[in-house]
Design a protein around this ligand. Structure first.
Ligand code: SAH
Ligand code: SF4
Length: 359
């Protein structure tokens, strides 16, 4: 293994200006990294050779290497990355909207993409339904390792820096368990001289660490939150997400009410539907009650089974019945179409598969 160095993507411009002299070079370096997606300091043509060499000594540009890639027929691409220490994480390139063409075949609207990023190797939360949890927790990702996932996916898909993408922190790990590095990554993404991805286009998904939801709110970064609710009573929720004992449903709902949100927007509640566990109309009824008074949007997710799990995927009929009930009772509700269902769709599944194939 070669020497592990910090990545240039670990730092905001402000931080780099303290390290790199003269400071005006930092904006140029940002351009090479975030607009041209270069992989080495040597490619930074307007940077003097001496500075290139100094940077090369101290930093790597991109700390990730693509180890595996699965392309789905619907345009979803799942990536497995190796970090400098050989650990692995996943990211997903999601096509949200197809491009639109006019009668002559000219593109009038570009396709829209979202990037799903990981924030940790493994996860401490230990949800019983989640494959990522099975391997336990290894370590937090650095800001640069979070940022580099987006840079690498844009580069690999030849997606120009100024084309918009949304970022969802829904890959491996619990983002709020790595709050400082997450906040730094959010800032770096926002930089107008870099990728310029506004906070409005970034959504942090959390299993519901209520005290950290408050902390994120106080940081006033402007990002959206998505709450992985998955259950409407504490008993089942604790079975699914053990730390619900410390951060129960009520504490999450209260924290959401305190979270500073754009008043035009809604807070997303993710509800993983598991057959015969939480797919009944009684649960739907409780969900409506729980969300009353919150500008919420519910996203129903099909449980995606994997070898060794006791949980089952719900039927299409039950999903639609659940959705219909919510809609009828005034709760906005969508069903997450199972993007990449023909690849290893749910988080942690490509990593698992790659490791199995190695054995
Ligand atoms: N830790 C954060 C973000 C990462 S998990 C959180 O829990 O919100 C991202 C999403 O993947 C969560 O909503 C989780 O419920 C979902 N997920 C995990 N395992 C899944 C599976 N087997 N099938 C479908 N969705 C799954
Ligand atoms: Fe962690 Fe989210 Fe998986 Fe739960 S669902 S174990 S919080 S990554």
């Amino acid at each position: 293994m070669s020497e592990i160095k910090p990545s240039i993507m670990d730092y905001t411009q402000e931080e780099l200006k303290k390290i790199i002299k003269p400071a005006f070079r930092v904006k140029q370096i940002f351009g090479w990294v975030y607009h041209h997606y270069v992989e080495s300091f040597k490619e930074m043509k307007n940077i003097p050779k001496a500075l290139q060499e100094e940077l090369e000594e101290k930093f790597v540009v991109n700390p990730l290497k693509i180890l595996n890639k699965e392309i789905s027929s619907d345009g979803t691409i799942k990536y497995l990355f190796a970090l400098q220490d050989g650990k692995t994480v996943e990211s997903v390139w999601l096509k949200m909207k197809d491009e639109k063409r006019d009668a002559e075949g000219k593109i009038v609207h570009e396709a829209k993409y979202s990037i799903c990023v990981s924030t940790q190797v493994g996860c401490k939360v230990g949800c019983s339904f989640c494959l990522t949890a099975k391997g336990g927790f290894t370590r937090d990702l650095t800001p640069g390792e979070i940022v580099a996932q987006v840079v690498s996916l844009k580069k690999d898909n030849a997606h120009a820096h100024n084309r918009v993408t949304n970022i969802v922190y829904m890959g491996m790990g619990e983002p709020l368990d790595n709050l400082d590095n997450l906040a730094k990554a959010i800032e770096i993404f926002k930089d107008q001289d870099g990728l310029a991805i506004s906070a409005k286009r970034q959504t942090v998904s959390t299993s519901g660490l209520s005290t950290k939801i408050d902390k994120l709110g106080q940081m006033d970064l402007g990002v959206h939150i998505a709450i992985s609710l998955h259950a409407v009573d504490d008993e089942l929720r604790t079975e699914l997400i053990p730390m619900n004992k410390a951060h129960n449903i009520n504490s999450i709902i209260e924290a959401v009410k305190r979270y500073p949100i754009d008043t035009r927007k809604r807070v997303m509640f993710e509800y993983l539907v598991i057959k015969d566990k939480n797919d009944d109309l009684g649960s739907a009824k409780k969900l409506v009650k729980l969300l009353s008074g919150i500008k919420a949007k519910v996203n129903l997710i099909y449980f995606n089974p994997y070898p060794g799990t006791e949980y089952k995927r719900p039927s299409k009929e039950d999903m639609h019945r659940f959705q219909e009930y919510l809609t009828k009772h005034g709760v906005l509700c969508t069903i997450r179409d199972s993007k990449g269902i023909d690849i290893s769709a749910a988080c942690g599944q490509l990593k698992e598969k790659t490791e199995m194939e190695k054995q």
